[in-house]
Design a protein around this ligand. Structure first.
Ligand code: C2O
Ligand code: CU
Length: 433
């Protein structure tokens, strides 16, 4: 991994602040051109797209069971739509043009409205030319709070992202670069953590919500200055919290941590030249009354229990790309020899069916495979059901089994969240009836 030297130096000392809406959640999301300070303050602003004047867009924060009603106004010059990543919602609200709704044309509007069934850390992003529109800034955090949230002093969102920025300070164009598509995707030369808060006190208890919004980059992450545990993955609570060790976040994945602050919090990613500072939260004073209770697991989210024996076992061969062997699809990437969306779904499921899917990565690149509308279990190597996820990282030549109860009716996308791979064929869909 190589980051541009001038930003490498500056990014170690300054964090970009996320816009935070202290007031009520907005009722309109207006996609529009914005100027963003991606580079350090002495460098030019970057022309981006954003929501309601900023990129990332405003943090949407609701309580579990509340209704999110959002008028989407498209003030960009391209058709768009908003996908609410990871939320188990009504299919009609899923935001996939061509599958669940029509493209919202430039100047057009669309009303989204759904109940937020599960608490957790989610995000929203454009699902039209996403490899371009997400890269240009059309995304934001979506936080659903528990009915009884765990006691913390600060609830902090940390977005990690990268951008490919030219000498002029502007985003590199050529979003449809087939060389990027056929390799690991569009990697940025600038990487930052966007953090919703600048400082904490020593002894504070914090909840950190990490979200990887990059279009292609897998972020190995190290968070120092805290003592605590990982309590949720992709929004779903872990029955047994995990130690905060080094983490790996594929594009679209999230990690929730609850921890006590011991010193300035540093978010770093390892590089060939040593740890690279993505962002930090400073210490400002000491908490005179630290929370003394032990950090506990989050309350379980009620989800369907998979049947002991799946009623279908399917294999999804991930194929194509540069240096790849078998392909068969008519584009750069394919699933089971087919590229892109077909008229007929890849699979049909009866509502409530337990299905085992074996993901076989035959390619020379890792892929973060995302299923819409559901969470699935990653199957551990001993065959036991692992954590619930909505995006699973399948490494080069790796095979990963997942088990899913398809209990949400509708037409759901299954695709690589390396968005250039999705653009170049790595997507399909399933039908749950
Ligand atoms: Cu977050 Cu189909 O995407
Ligand atoms: Cu991929």
């Amino acid at each position: 991994m190589n980051f541009n030297r001038r930003t490498f130096l500056a990014a170690s000392t300054a964090s970009i602040m996320l816009p935070r809406f202290a007031m009520a959640t907005p009722t309109t999301l207006r996609a529009e051109p914005v100027l963003a300070q991606i580079l350090p303050e002495t460098e030019p602003l970057t022309q981006m797209l954003g929501f309601n004047g900023s990129t990332p867009g405003p943090e949407l924060r609701l309580r579990q069971g509340e209704t999110l009603s959002m008028m989407f106004e498209n003030q960009t010059d391209q058709g768009s739509a908003i996908h609410w990543h990871g939320i188990r919602i009504d299919n009609a609200m899923d935001g996939v043009p061509g599958l669940t709704q029509d493209l919202v044309e430039a100047g057009g509007r669309f009303d989204y409205s759904f109940i937020t069934p599960d608490p957790g850390t989610y995000w929203y992003h454009s699902h039209a030319r996403s490899w371009e529109q997400v890269e240009r800034g059309l995304y934001g955090p979506l936080i659903v709070e528990e009915t009884n949230p765990p006691q913390v002093d600060h609830d902090i969102t940390i977005i990690v992202d990268d951008w490919r920025i030219e000498r002029s300070g502007q985003l590199a164009g050529n979003f449809d670069n087939t060389r990027d598509f056929a390799h690991a995707g569009r990697m940025g030369n600038v990487a930052r953590a966007l953090i919703s808060q600048a400082s904490v006190r020593e002894g504070d208890r914090v909840r950190l919500r990490l979200i990887n919004t990059a279009t292609a980059r897998i972020f190995p992450l190290n968070v120092s200055g805290i003592e605590g545990v990982i309590v949720a993955l992709d929004g779903m609570p872990l029955a047994s919290p995990l130690p905060v060790a080094d983490m790996v976040l594929a594009p679209a994945q999230r990690v929730d941590i609850i921890a006590d602050v011991t010193s300035a919090i540093l978010v770093q990613t390892p590089t060939r030249d040593g740890p690279f500072g993505l962002g930090r939260i400073e210490i400002d004073g000491t908490n005179p009354n630290p929370i003394a209770t032990a950090i506990a697991a989050l309350p379980a989210t009620p989800t369907a229990t998979p049947a002991d024996t799946p009623s279908q076992s399917l294999t999804l061969n991930i194929q194509g790309g540069a240096m790849g062997g078998r392909h068969g699809g008519d584009d750069i990437w394919s699933f089971n020899g087919r590229s892109g969306l077909t008229d007929e779904p890849w699979a049909n499921f009866a509502r409530g069916e337990t299905v085992r899917i074996t993901l076989v990565n035959e390619t020379a690149f890792p892929h973060g495979i995302h299923l819409h509308g559901h969470h699935f279990h990653e199957v551990a190597s001993d065959g036991s059901l692992g954590p619930l996820r909505d995006t699973t990282l399948v490494d080069v030549r790796e095979t990963r089994e997942i088990v899913c109860v398809f209990d949400n009716p509708g037409q759901w996308l299954l695709h690589c969240h390396m968005l250039g791979h999705q653009a170049a064929g790595m997507k399909t869909w399933v039908n749950v009836a």
